[in-house]
Design a protein around this ligand. Structure first.
Ligand SMILES: [Ca+2]
Ligand SMILES: [Ca+2]
Ligand SMILES: [Ca+2]
Ligand SMILES: [Ca+2]
Length: 408
């Protein structure tokens, strides 16, 4: 085996020993070999192809000259076989070039002959498609209309032609499909397309996989994980736990007493779900003077004096408003029943009095007329009237709370 280096060849030219070198080119031979074949693999029989016997190879000083740094090929001088002597990686040698070859020159002396040898390096499918990142996050508003597209970064496959990326596939999901496009430069790209309306309240996140498939046999694949964050919009109003709250309080309950706590829920997220409680705008003044609501907690508290004799009940309309860019509100009613307590003593008023009384006054003579009143209600306002000590008088009820004091 002889390998005549480029440097020797230049030296040859510089000493003008073989100045007719170029004129001596007598043929061109082409071979093909796949990349990554085993060392020692025979590419072809160069002796046969240039019509030389194995004996001639030796006697005429056969040698090959390679232009590249690496000696990928050698000739077995015993057999004339052109063999692979180094690992050949097409991707390293030619990267994305459509055709890839190694050029050699074969030289024999007496007479001097020069043969150009081209070895085409065939691609094998030894690379998988690779996405720039293993996972991608896409933020999509839940208001996004179906049909909107989200381009994906293409996968790269170091192989060429059919061994490169051929198509993209999507793991089945309810919301997105994949639109695969082939461009004029034969590159292939994919876009996610929203198929139906998203609802963050139902599906706040989606996860699926996009797979790039090459056209090799067997095919190789690469995947990217797609994480879709569905962004909230303010499409829900706060809703109270009850449409009507009923409570009762004792009249004259201390100021600051919590009447009840109202609660509303908002299905949205963040500010779209943050609630502010308030009385509705047209709340009557007497309610505003007697009650207040904590805008954060929904606690309704007593603010002024509650007198059963003034109001036996209050009906308050309350709203819960979220803090969305365009706010939404929900409403409820709070019915407060005021419980009477016995806070008024009965009051006796003498409306007419016969005094002094003549000693011979007859039995049944009316001495005084009285009214008895109690502003409390029910039992608390019912009055029983009796004389404190035994006396010649007795009480007669005329009607309702009117009494007469008569001689007995
Ligand atoms: Ca390859
Ligand atoms: Ca490939
Ligand atoms: Ca909301
Ligand atoms: Ca929402």
């Amino acid at each position: 085996m002889f390998i005549y280096t480029q440097r020797n060849l230049i030296a040859c030219f510089s000493f003008a020993l073989t100045c007719h070198f170029l004129e001596a080119v007598t043929g061109q031979i082409s071979y093909s070999v796949s990349e990554e074949v085993k060392q020692g693999t025979t590419v072809g029989n160069i002796a046969k192809d240039i019509n030389l016997s194995v004996k001639d190879l030796q006697s005429r000083g056969f040698r090959i000259v390679s232009g590249s740094k690496k000696q990928y090929f050698s000739v077995n001088i015993e057999t004339g076989a052109l063999q692979v002597s180094e690992r050949i990686d097409r991707e390293e040698l030619c990267a994305g070039a459509v055709s890839c070859s190694v050029n050699l020159e074969a030289v024999v002396n007496s007479p001097l002959q020069l043969f150009r040898v081209r070895i085409n390096i065939l691609d094998i499918n030894d690379n998988s498609p690779v996405f720039p990142m293993s996972s991608v996050v896409i933020n999509v508003s839940e208001s996004t209309a179906p049909g909107v597209r989200f381009p994906l970064e293409s996968a790269h496959d170091a192989d060429i032609g059919v061994n490169s990326v051929k198509t993209y596939k999507l793991t089945s999901n309810d919301y997105f499909t994949l639109d695969v496009q082939t461009h004029s430069d034969k590159t292939i790209s994919a876009e996610l397309m929203l198929q139906r309306a998203l609802d963050r309240e139902k599906t706040p996140q989606l996860e699926f996989t996009v797979t790039a498939v090459d056209g090799g046999s067997p095919a190789r694949t690469g995947t990217v994980m797609i994480e879709v964050n569905v962004l909230d919009i303010n499409d829900h109003a706060p809703v109270f736990s009850k449409p009507l709250y009923k409570v009762s309080i004792a009249e004259h309950a201390p100021i600051g007493t919590t009447v009840t706590r109202l609660h509303a829920r908002d299905l949205d997220e963040g500010l779209n779900a943050e609630i502010v409680y308030s009385f509705i705008t047209r709340t009557p003044q007497n309610i505003l003077e007697k009650f207040e609501i904590d805008s954060q907690s929904g606690d309704v508290k007593i603010k002024g004096d509650i007198d059963y004799e003034q109001n036996t009940a209050f009906e308050i309309r309350i709203q819960a408003t979220d803090k969305g860019p365009v706010t939404m509100s929900g409403h409820t009613k709070l019915l407060i029943e005021v419980l009477d307590i016995n806070d008024n003593p009965p009051d006796v008023t003498v409306t007419s009095l016969l005094s002094p009384v003549e000693e011979n006054a007859g039995k049944g003579t009316v001495i005084a007329l009285m009214t008895v009143s109690d502003p409390d209600s029910g039992k608390n306002g019912a009055v029983r009237v009796r004389l404190a000590r035994s006396s010649p008088f007795k009480l007669q009820s005329s009607f309702q709370n009117y009494y007469s004091l008569v001689l007995d």
